[in-house]
Write a protein that binds this ligand. Sequence first.
Ligand code: ASP
Length: 286
Amino acid sequence: MNRERNNKLCLMYTGGTIGMQRRGGVLCPPEDPHDFLKLAPELAKSVDFDYVPIMNKDSTNINHEDWRTIAEKIHEHIAYGYKGFVIAHGTDTMHFTASALAFAFGKCLRVPVVLTGAQTIPEVSHGDARVNLIRAFKVAQTEIAEVVISFGEFVFRGCRAQKKDERRFDAFESPSYYPLGYITEEILLTGLARTRTGAAQEEGEFLPYFSDGIVQFSLIPGLESRLIEPVVRDEGCRGIILQSFGAGNVPTEEGRYSVIDIIRLTTDLGKPTIVKIGRASCRERV
Ligand code: ASP
């Protein structure tokens, strides 16, 4: 394919409810990923885009190797001149993939990469599959030059979003950063997104590499740190994430619940420890 050959959008399909079909009473990814295009046939009349199915997975099965595959596919197609990307993805791990892509591209991204999915399968006529896909195409035609999640009425920064509801159509939230845009008749950008013009001035490196062996512990009162220790000592463990309480608080009172010795141990073993804030819910926190 010629570089800079086109000025089109690119729709990449990875799977998820947005494309699923009911077979034998069970929801499954379509046997033929091209079936996904039947979701919104009108798009072909109004938007110039190419369709690239990459994988066909429920997103609960997506892992760090898939993040790399998706990132590399986007990178390859950016070189062909596509001016924006819509990535259809399952909702369960969409925010992980969005974060992974945001870190893989960093400042070298100059086009929108818009992830979307749905709470209902295409056959639900009042559902969100078709509308979310069409809206994501609108977002992919804006000035944004970031990895974003377009879902329901919102456009969120990809590495700030999280899934908040498994049924309602406003399935995602961005508790620690304002929305980048609102989806109305027009896409109303809030002015917080990195833009194509701004991005053109920046240099960055494409780094689609993700470690395996990362283990996350969600701290609960009374969790004995001796239970974490064997995991930290395991050769396959390359680093741990401690999901803390509140603003990053962890048990430190001397005794069996303190995680101080765990943090010391991981540090001595040369494995990073990340203390993650508890579930953020403060919209004002930016
Ligand atoms: N389990 C599905 C997935 O993440 C859920 C969804 O897409 O809404 O692929």
